[in-house]
Design a protein around this ligand. Sequence first.
Ligand code: C2E
Ligand code: CA
Ligand code: CA
Length: 289
Amino acid sequence: MHRLAHAGPRLLSRPGAVGGLAYNLASDMKAALKRDEFYLEYQPQVNSDTGRVYGVESLMRWKHSQIGSIPPPVFIGLSEDTGYIADLGLWGFEQSIRQMAEWRSAGMTDLIMSVNVSAIQLADKNLPGNVMKILDHYDVPVGNVKLEVTESIALTSQMVKNEVLARLHALNIQLAIDDFGMGHSSLTYLKKFPVASLKLDGVLSRDVLASRSSCEIISSIAELCASLNINLVAEYVEDEEHLLKLRSLGCPNIQGYFYSRPLGSEEAFAFISKTHKAYGEQSRQLSVG
Ligand code: C2E
Ligand code: CA
Ligand code: CA
């Protein structure tokens, strides 16, 4: 599990300035969390057939007091290297559920909050218990939450063997396979380990405009998902041409700049409310404070 999680470049072991900066950032993280430098944004997931937002993905941000915004792949990677991701990831999950509870109380009871989970967290036997404790505490049903796991760890024999994933599944926590199509896929595991969603990798999804074979791959993935009752989502959808192509291939669920960038909590609430209002659903005003 650790080997896979560390498949990317390890910033901490780089020589010179990069390694030094990485070391300083990594040592800053705990204090930064206490200083409220971390926060979440929420990117809408839209059913393009109806225009309605059915879910959001929570995305973590770090605004460092001196350096400014640190890109998520940098600080998430560093926190995986130091092991701090266990605490940081749990903090992100709790914030996401706290937000979900607030939106539920405003009437958004069927919204799904997707939270990213790192491979390191899936090696932590306490994760399922911690997840359930947080859901209980905020009184949020399991049906309102989905955990996103990247394909490289998910679709391997490890998935079937991973006790943490098995426990999460037994607790009815929905799982999504992130970055699907990046080459590790073994579709047979989808039958052995039921997942709620597949998120097409951005590279594959974007390729539909240029490549016929990518179109064929996506339409067969869409067919497979329909037969296994898996929700298929395309990411990185930035323009209408792309959206229409994906829809014609059987993938109407869209996350990307075409609809919206990741948004702060109030903006996200307004965005979701607007699409729900078009369906006659009224969301209540959020109480401030
Ligand atoms: P991801 O899970 O694949 O998240 C999607 C990324 O694509 C996000 O980048 C999002 O801002 C970006 N994106 C969405 N739509 C578009 C689009 O139309 N065009 C373009 N160019 N980009 C788009 P972000 O927020 O920088 O996050 C990068 C990665 O960092 C995430 O990739 C995820 O792997 C990781 N990450 C972010 N938040 C968390 C977290 O709370 N926990 C963990 N473990 N990982 C996280
Ligand atoms: Ca994700
Ligand atoms: Ca992704």
